[in-house]
Design a protein around this ligand. Structure first.
Ligand code: FES
Ligand code: FES
Length: 159
C-alpha cells in the first residue's frame, strides 16, 4: 500500500508515492533519477549512500522513504551552484586528489558537508570521526581528510 509523502529535496518541494519497504536510496535513484548516492552494501556498512536529512548525515539505504515526509533532504546533486560551480568541498576533493574511482565520493562529500555545516572548524579527529562510516577502497583517507580541512578553511575565508 503506497503512501504519498511531501518533502524538500535540494531546496525544491516535491512529493512521491512510496511503499513501506522502499528506502530513501531507492526513492532518490528510481523516482528522482538522482544517482549520486550509491548502493555499495545496502546494509548500512559503507556510507556510499550518505545524504543529509534535516541536517544529519544518514545512510539512505537504511532509512525508510516514508520517514522523510516533511523533511529536508540534501543530496550531492544539490551542492554545485546553478551555473555548475562546484561547492568548496567538491572543489577541495578535486584539488587535493581525494577522488580516485569516485564510488565513495558523493557519500564522503555529504558526510563532510554535514560536519562543516555544524562545525565549521573541526579538528582532524572530528573529521575522521565524521567520515568513519564512509569506506574508501582507494585513497587511504589521507587526501580526503586534507580536502575537508582545506574546504573548511575556504568556507571560512581563511585560505
Ligand atoms: S549502501 Fe548504504 S551504507 Fe552501504
Ligand atoms: S575513491 Fe574509490 S572508493 Fe574512495
Amino acid at each position: 500500500m503506497k503512501e504519498t509523502i511531501h518533502f524538500v529535496l535540494n531546496g525544491l518541494e516535491v512529493s512521491a508515492e512510496v511503499a513501506p519497504h522502499h528506502s530513501l536510496l531507492t526513492l532518490l535513484r528510481e523516482q528522482f533519477d538522482l544517482y549520486g548516492a550509491k548502493e555499495g552494501c545496502g546494509v548500512g556498512e559503507c556510507g556510499a549512500c550518505t545524504v543529509i536529512v534535516d541536517g544529519l548525515a544518514v545512510n539512505a539505504c537504511l532509512l525508510p522513504a516514508l520517514e522523510v515526509d516533511g523533511a529536508r533532504v540534501e543530496t550531492i546533486e544539490g551542492l554545485a551552484a546553478p551555473d555548475g560551480t562546484l561547492h568548496p568541498i567538491q572543489q577541495a576533493f578535486v584539488d587535493l586528489g581525494a577522488i580516485q574511482c569516485g564510488f565513495c565520493t558523493p557519500g564522503m562529500v555529504m558526510s563532510a558537508k554535514a560536519l562543516l555545516d555544524h562545525n565549521p572548524s573541526p579538528s582532524e579527529e572530528e573529521i575522521r570521526t565524521a567520515i568513519e562510516g564512509n569506506l574508501c577502497r582507494c585513497t587511504g583517507y589521507h587526501q580526503i581528510v586534507e580536502a575537508i580541512k582545506h574546504a573548511a578553511r575556504n568556507l571560512q575565508g581563511t585560505e
